[in-house]
Design a protein around this ligand. Structure first.
Ligand code: NAD
Length: 368
C-alpha cells in the first residue's frame, strides 16, 4: 500500500475521485483529480490487476498527488491526475473497454488529460483517442514516454552523483536496476553506454534475458535486488518498494530511479537520510515523461528537441533541492515537498487573484 503524501485538510478536500463502472465492457476504473485550481489535471492511465477497487482508488489518490508535485516542480501549468483501470493488461484490454474509458474522459470535458502509464501503451492511447480528445502520448505525438523519462532520470542521476560522490562518471560504477519496462530498459541502455556495470531484475524473465544479452548485465532474482552491493539503486518498477524494513538491506549510497512513490512511508526518507543514502525525489527526477506528453499541447505539436532542452528543469531543480538538503541536513524528499508546497500556494494565490480580477471586471461591466 502506498502512502498519501502529507497534505493539509483543505488540500485533501481538493482531491476528488471519479469512479467508473461499465459492466457492458467490464471497465472498472477510477480517476483522481488533484486540486482543479492548479489547472486541468494531467497524469497517466495505469492498468493493473488491483485486488479490489479500494486498492485501486488509494493508488490513484497517491499518484495524483505525486503528479501535482511533479508538475509544480517542472513548472507546468497543470494539476495532478491519475487514472487506474482494474484488470490484467495482457488479457483484459478491448476496444469496448477503451471506448467506455473514452466516454468517461469526455464527460470530464477537459478536466483530466490521460496518457500512458504502467500497463498501458501508445497503441492504447490511440484507441482511447478514437472516442476522446483528452489523450496525450499517442503514437502520432510523444508516443512511448519511457525513453524521455529515462533520459530525464539519467540527467538527474548525474546531478545526484555529483552531490553524493563528487563526480558523475559512470564508468565502472555499479547500478542495480529494478524493473526493465518502458523506462528501465532504455535507462539501462543509457547507463551501459556510459560504462556502468548493471545488475538487473524483473518479474518477466524474457526482459532479464534481453538486458543480459544487450548490456552484459548480471541478473539477480526480484527478491534479491535490494541487497545488491552497488553505488546506485535505480527503482523502475512499482511503488512502495522501500519501507523502513528495507532501508537496512540497501547496500548503495544513492537511490535514483523512475518509480513513482518508491518509499512506502514518509518516515522512510528520514531513515535513508540517517543511513547516509541520498534519495533523489521521484517526482523531480522522473518528470521527463510528463514534460514530453504535455509538449503535445504546444502550438505546432510535439517537438522532441524542445523536450530534450526542457529536461534541464530536472537538473536545475534537483541541484537546488540537494544543495538545500545538504546545507540544512534534511532529507531531500522533505525539501522537495516543501518547495512544491510553496509553488502550489503561489499558483493558487495567483489563480484566486485572477478570479478576483475577473469578478471586478465583470462587476465594472455591469456598472456596479
Ligand atoms: P512498465 O510496466 O513498462 O515496467 C515495469 C517493469 O517492472 C515490468 O517489466 C515489470 O515486470 C517489472 N516489475 C514489476 N514488479 C517488479 C518487481 N517486484 N521486481 C522487479 N521487476 C518488477 O512500467 P514503466 O512505464 O517502465 O514505469 C516504471 C515506474 O516508473 C512506474 O512506477 C511508473 O509509474 C514510473 N514512471 C513511468 C514513466 C513512463 O514514462 N513510463 C514516467 C514517470 C514515472
Amino acid at each position: 500500500m502506498l502512502h498519501a503524501r502529507s497534505v493539509s485538510e483543505t488540500e485533501e478536500a481538493a482531491l476528488t475521485v471519479e469512479r467508473i463502472d461499465d459492466p457492458a465492457s467490464g471497465l472498472e476504473a477510477a480517476i483522481a483529480l488533484d486540486s482543479p485550481r492548479l489547472g486541468p489535471a494531467v497524469g497517466g492511465c495505469r492498468m493493473r490487476p488491483y485486488r479490489d477497487v479500494a486498492e485501486a482508488v488509494a493508488e490513484a489518490r497517491a499518484l495524483a498527488r505525486a503528479m501535482s508535485l511533479k508538475l509544480l516542480l517542472a513548472g507546468l501549468p497543470f494539476g495532478g491526475g491519475k487514472a487506474v483501470v482494474r484488470g490484467d493488461p495482457r488479457t483484459d484490454k478491448s476496444p469496448a473497454l477503451w471506448a467506455a474509458f473514452a466516454r468517461a474522459l469526455e464527460r470530464l470535458a477537459g478536466r483530466y488529460w490521460t496518457g500512458e502509464d504502467s500497463g498501458t501503451t501508445p497503441a492504447d492511447m490511440d484507441e482511447i483517442a478514437r472516442g476522446s480528445r483528452y489523450v496525450l502520448g499517442r503514437s502520432t505525438g510523444a508516443g512511448d514516454l519511457g525513453p524521455m523519462t529515462a533520459l530525464g532520470v539519467r540527467r538527474g542521476l548525474a546531478v545526484a552523483m555529483r552531490h553524493r560522490f563528487g563526480s558523475d562518471r559512470l564508468d565502472g560504477v555499479t547500478v542495480a536496476v529494478q524493473g526493465l519496462g518502458a523506462v528501465g530498459m532504455p535507462l539501462c541502455e543509457l547507463l551501459a553506454a556510459a560504462g556502468a556495470r548493471l545488475v538487473v531484475s524483473d518479474l518477466d524473465p524474457a526482459r532479464v534475458v534481453r538486458a543480459v544479452e544487450r548490456f552484459g548485465a548480471r541478473a539477480v532474482p526480484p527478491e534479491a535486488i535490494l541487497d545488491v552491493p552497488a553505488e546506485i539503486f535505480a527503482p523502475c518498477a512499482l511503488g512502495g518498494v522501500i519501507g523502513p524494513g528495507e532501508v537496512g538491506r540497501l547496500r548503495c549510497a544513492l537511490v535514483a530511479g523512475a518509480t513513482n512513490n518508491p518509499l512506502a512511508t514518509p518516515a522512510t526518507a528520514l531513515l535513508l537520510h540517517r543511513r547516509g543514502i541520498l534519495f533523489a525525489p521521484d517526482f523531480v527526477i522522473n518528470a521527463g515523461g510528463v514534460i514530453a506528453a504535455t509538449d503535445e499541447l504546444e502550438p505546432g505539436g510535439y517537438d522532441a528537441d524542445r523536450v530534450r532542452a526542457r529536461l534541464a528543469v530536472i537538473e536545475e531543480r534537483l541541484d537546488a533541492i540537494l544543495s538545500e538538503a545538504r546545507a540544512r541536513d534534511l532529507p531531500p524528499l522533505r525539501v522537495a515537498e516543501r518547495l512544491a508546497e510553496r509553488l502550489r500556494a503561489a499558483r493558487l494565490a495567483a489563480a484566486t487573484g485572477r478570479r478576483a480580477g475577473e469578478r471586478a471586471l465583470n462587476g465594472a461591466d455591469r456598472g456596479c
